[in-house]
Design a protein around this ligand. Structure first.
Ligand SMILES: [Zn+2]
Ligand SMILES: [Zn+2]
Length: 216
């Protein structure tokens, strides 16, 4: 069995466990076509899984791999939906490819960029990485929505998440796009934004769509 097959199967068992299914016959029943007894035997012999009283359990070696794959998959899903604004129904196959090639450092960078999300867009938990454990209150998130920035804080636009094309177009016609320096001048009654050397008024709603990084 090649590395990718092993990873796919371990990922499958991880999801089964999340759904409360560890009994071998139930797993084989529900997805008989997806996993074969011979494959389970292989994973047991190779020290990824063990079977006790007809239930499947992860051994450390298998748990570590499954955790990494699941984490990569779910972070990719968040990246594709939150940052790239892609439809959740169209991202599955890309997330499946991504999960096998993403290195731990890349996963950490994505996780940090996204503010250490706890769940994927389907509501399943994202296993934490070292980056999430290191994050304490005093280490501020690197990238925040503009709505959470204090007045006058100069920041650089990193990405804009709005799913509304007309909003995105309007923002870019006003000069608000990734790489541009902005700061919030006032919040009420209408948010006013300094963009380079001009001031623009935008809707409160849109502040949440503009993700920025603090600069000095
Ligand atoms: Zn998901
Ligand atoms: Zn993290």
């Amino acid at each position: 069995m090649d590395k990718r097959n092993i990873e796919e199967l371990l990922e499958f068992f991880w999801m089964q466990r999340e759904d409360g299914k560890t009994q071998l016959d139930k797993i084989l029943d529900s997805k008989g076509e997806k996993v074969k007894t011979s494959e389970i035997d292989y994973l047991v012999k190779a020290g990824f899984l063990k079977i006790e009283e007809s239930c499947i359990y992860f051994l450390t070696k298998g748990e570590t791999i499954a955790r990494r794959i699941i984490r990569g998959h779910r972070l990719a899903e968040r990246l594709f939906t939150d940052v790239l604004g892609l439809d959740i129904r169209t991202i599955e196959s890309n997330a499946c490819k991504f999960e096998h090639i993403v290195h731990d450092e890349v996963a950490e960078a994505i996780c940090t960029l996204l503010g250490h999300p706890k769940e994927c867009p389907h509501g399943r938990p994202i296993p934490q990485g070292e980056c999430c454990l290191k994050t304490t209150k005093e280490i501020a998130r690197i990238i925040l929505p503009l709505s959470e920035m204090p007045f006058g804080q100069r920041c650089k636009v990193v990405y804009i998440t709005t799913g509304h094309l007309h909003r995105l177009n309007r923002l870019s016609s006003l000069g608000v796009m990734p790489g541009v320096v902005v700061s919030l001048r006032q919040r009420f009654p209408t948010p006013i934004l300094d963009v380079e050397h001009t001031q623009i008024a935008i809707e409160e709603e849109i502040l949440k769509d503009i993700y920025v990084r603090r600069i000095n």
